[in-house]
Design a protein around this ligand. Sequence first.
Ligand code: PLP
Length: 375
Amino acid sequence: MNSTLPGYKDKPLFTPGPLTTSRTVKQAMLRDLGSRDSEFITVVRSIRERLLKIAGVEKGTHEAILLQGSGTYSVESIFSSTVPRSGKVLILVNGSYGERMIKICDVLNIPKVVLRNPENEVPNLESLREELAKDPEITHVAAVHCETTTGIINPIQLIGEIVKGHGRIYFVDAMSSFGAVPIDFEACGVDYLVSSANKCIEGVPGFGFIIARMDEFMKTERYARSLSLDLYAQWKGLESNGQFRFTPPTHSLLAFHQALIELEDEGGVAARAARYRKNHEVLVKGMRELGFKEYLKSDLQGYIITSFLYPDDSNFSFETFYNQLNDRGFVIYPGKLSQADCFRIGSIGRLSGYDFTALLLGIEKALKLMGVTLG
Ligand SMILES: Cc1ncc(COP(=O)(O)O)c(C=O)c1O
């Protein structure tokens, strides 16, 4: 049967999200619940509790706050509603999601210091230490955990130890890692962590969430520079009557609740990490056998998403390669690097080693048809 036949079967998404979700997660959305319905409010409460459990933190010391929009809205909400007017942010950048934080601070007129490293290197800890020591005006430090631009895993614990050693507030963008890469909140000293529905928890797009350490967060009332992204007001709303202040993405929340149950059924973060790691291993082994090379050194490479260098062959065109794979029912992802020609393949979502073996066969076939030979 033709995989392009409408309604036949969705193509597996080897992307960083939106990603392939389970049938049962999709089925959970086939409901129309009112946003003030007590059943819906129970679902929202359960989501918030389950997120804290995944994070390994307790209600009271921490809160999970859900916010409409894609992940960027949640990232922006942290900057716009937890940094005071007198605040200054140090941003660690080694990819486009760190670059986006700079843009957010520029739009919000938040003073900032940027420590930039090449996309294939982790942040320089010595420079961080020096900068914090010499600039007492810096109040917050922001870092990205898995920089999805390349798939590099930044050392958030080592960064956190320095940030906390200097008594600053620490914000981690764990968009593409939370739920599948263990994060020790206490050891990392995280004050605010952000992720979204359509990443490693395997829900569908519609909202992001912030896990906040309450002793810091409680100081931020009236800090907000935006009404809809006011995190404190959002938390107050959720706490007072269990409701969102403005229309919630009800279907997406229902799907996410089911996705959380499925994450627990799978065995939690450790089991999900094991499946994604296996996916990544099957992929990298097969790609190396075909002659591809990864962009990152293996010790920096995480198992969430992998960047592969374009083959050194003039017959290779990414567009043709992408379309050849798409026609065979595989969706991969373009590169986003400023310094090298790469494409990316994600290991996350409802995929197993079997899907990656099939993808590798598709890649081999596509290369043959394009007349590409790898060295
Ligand atoms: C690390 C990271 N931060 C932020 C974002 C932005 O999220 P969104 O595209 O949902 O706005 C992404 C998206 O992939 C990401 O991977």
